[in-house]
Design a binder for this molecule. Structure first.
Ligand code: MSP
Length: 601
């Protein structure tokens, strides 16, 4: 396929004269507002984590999702992972700005609106809202939701475009190539599979010829190489760095940043016949999201509210945009680069990327209704090693969730509370510190919590879950070895030791609840409520409260109720004769969800 670029440099607009990327418009420290979601004052242990007033915020982003169709489990996956990271960072006492949102311009969206018999604005409102609703159902604690059709965003994009233009990095040219509308990207011949099909969407690319504005990406080749050499952690997981480096090494080509054929977009400043390319528009959402109100339409003021981002969390299919195009665009505009881009793998179905274009998606709403939010969050974060692909199977989902959440954790709590109720009137006899004096079990728990912390910090979410589950396994083994139920029967000092054992196990479950909070926030709260804590106390806990010693003597536990009901996928159906016959049916999702809500009430 011939690719023809005809340059007629059009850099007459030199308004702001920003210097090149050596200048950093690093923010004066953002003012700390009270933390929206939780944390920092109440602490059950000796030291309290708090956020220093001038600490840099932890700015975390998900991709801005296309609104061509409602969200599916693949889109939910990135957001659940981001939420777990945001919650963990808040537990550490960091001021977190968790950004998500929707990418609403471009041909793909306009076509989807038309196919629905709707207009682009109405269609965008509808689908954008469906994302917000799903995030609520999945307990996503985002701080900012940016829509690329927000007025403040459009103003930021225009200003950014003008800065890049003023820096001499935008020129006009003809372009002819093969375009994948689903990727919203021109493709190289060598990337395509049979019949000029896009390898991700398996649909033929269409031939396009346009007169567009181009961004001089090639100018940034050595600057990008240098950035990656100096800071190899910029791209994570590390195996994705090689991929990015080889793209750069193979030579960077300028790319077109406007469309003459697309009306549904932000007009190019000073040329109303073209709209800005969706990626050149959407990436800016990471900055415009930081703007505090509708009036703050100024790029540098917005940048001072938290840029650069600490972490862009994305799927591996959009790595090139984030690890090559975006840094070059920022350099051109004289802005700081994000600190890290993490490209996770795909959720697959039968080995194929789950996606709207292939129509092989899994409905997150169905899963939440059937199994509850904690189960969905836990399964995907525990089962899929973060960074790699992972396949979904309902059978595996039910097995994992039942084994880990219902049995190892929920049941441990429930049977301990049952014993405490029967033998100690649901009151703890001593502080957990006293109960565990000289007991190596406590050290084991503390080591595992530390392991979980390190995994969370390294974004190894599955390993973090595994470390927490190991605590649960250790708790169950301790319970079985000590057999407090028979010690109680012996009475005297044996019964006193049993009462202490119960405190030790409940303290263990408390620590599990907190350490798993980033992944299963509702379950963690239900556990805390069973342990006699108020919502305010729970909301004020920090990671430091994972230290042994939270539960105090005299604390009264709630009535034992299952905090996580097993998911049944086998129902015993009685025939007319009253004889039970085993029949496999779908799990009773709604009922399960209700049961868990009641248990948590
Ligand atoms: N709009 C762009 C992103 C712009 S960011 C400035 C986009 N949108 S998307 O809706 O197509 O994809 C959003 C994210 O969802 C991507 O990170 C993509 O990798 C992720 N996923 C979509 N399907 C997925 C799976 N099946 N599995 C895991 N993540 C997947 O790209």
């Amino acid at each position: 396929m011939a690719v023809r670029i005809n340059c007629s440099i059009q850099n007459t607009l030199c308004l702001l004269n920003p210097p090149l990327f050596s200048v950093r418009y690093r923010a004066s420290p953002p003012k700390l507002k009270s933390q929206l979601h939780r944390r920092a004052f109440f602490c059950t242990c000796a030291t309290t984590a708090s956020t220093p007033q001038n600490a840099e915020p932890y700015v975390l982003t998900t991709p801005l999702y296309y609104v061509n169709a409602p969200p599916h489990m693949g889109s939910a996956y990135t957001t659940i992972a981001a939420d777990a990271i945001a919650r963990f960072q808040r537990l550490l006492g960091k001021k977190v700005i968790f950004i998500t949102g929707t990418d609403e311009h471009g041909e793909k969206i306009a076509t989807a609106a038309m196919a629905q018999g709707s207009t682009p604005p109405d269609h965008c409102n509808l689908i954008s809202q469906s994302y917000k609703t799903l995030w609520k159902d999945l307990d996503i604690s985002y701080d900012k939701f940016i829509r690329t059709t927000d007025r403040k965003h459009e103003a930021i994009v225009r200003e950014f475009y003008s800065r890049v233009l003023a820096n001499g990095d935008i020129y006009r040219a003809d372009y002819e190539g093969l375009y994948c509308v689903n990727c919203e990207e021109y493709k190289d011949d060598k990337e395509l599979i049979d019949n000029n099909c896009c390898p991700v969407h398996l649909k033929p690319c269409v031939s396009r010829k346009e007169d567009n504005y181009f961004f001089a990406l090639s100018k940034y080749q050595s600057a990008l190489e240098e950035t990656l050499n100096k800071n190899p952690n910029f791209v994570q997981p590390s195996f994705r760095l090689n991929e990015v480096q080889s793209w750069i090494k193979s030579g960077l080509r300028d790319f077109s940043i406007s469309r003459a054929s697309v009306d549904w977009g932000i007009p190019v400043p000073d040329d109303k016949t073209q709209t800005i390319y969706v990626w050149f528009d959407a990436l800016l959402g990471y900055i415009s999201a930081l703007s505090n109100d509708q009036e703050e339409l100024d790029l540098l003021r917005t940048v001072s509210s938290g840029w650069p981002a600490t972490l862009h969390l994305i799927g591996k299919d959009i790595l090139r945009f984030h690890a090559v195009y975006w840094p070059a665009m920022l350099m051109s505009a004289g802005l700081s680069l994000p600190k890290m881009v993490f490209g996770h793998g795909f959720l697959t179905k039968d080995g194929m990327k789950m996606g709207k274009s292939l129509g092989n998606t899994l409905e997150p709403n169905d899963l939440v209704n059937k199994f509850g939010t904690d189960a969905v969050r836990y399964f995907f974060l525990r089962e899929v090693e973060f960074g790699n692909d992972g396949d979904y199977s309902e059978e595996r989902f039910i097995n994992i969730v039942n084994a880990h959440l219902a049995n190892t954790i929920g049941n441990l709590l429930n049977r301990t509370l049952g014993l405490l109720k029967k033998n100690c009137q649901s009151v703890l006899v001593v502080d957990s510190t006293t109960a565990a004096e000289g007991n190596a079990f406590k050290d084991n728990v503390e080591n595992l919590v530390d392991k979980a912390r390190i995994h969370y910090e390294n974004l190894s979410l599955s390993s973090a879950c595994e470390a927490v589950l190991e605590i649960g396994n250790a708790g169950n083994s301790y319970m079985d070895q000590r057999a407090p139920w028979s010690l109680f029967k012996q009475g005297g000092t044996a019964a006193e030791a049993a009462a202490k054992d119960l405190v030790i196990i409940l303290e263990t479950v408390r620590i599990i609840a907190l350490a798993l909070f980033p992944v299963t926030p509702s379950l963690s709260w239900r556990i805390y409520a069973q342990l006699g804590y108020s919502r305010d106390q729970f909301d004020a806990t920090t990671w430091r409260d994972t230290k042994w010693g939270g539960l105090k003597g005299g604390q009264v536990m709630a009535q034992p109720k299952p905090v996580f009901a097993r998911i049944e996928n086998q129902t015993e159906v009685e025939d007319d004769m009253g004889v039970a016959i085993g029949k496999t049916v779908k799990s009773k999702g709604k009922k399960l969800k209700q049961a868990q809500e009641v248990a948590g009430a």
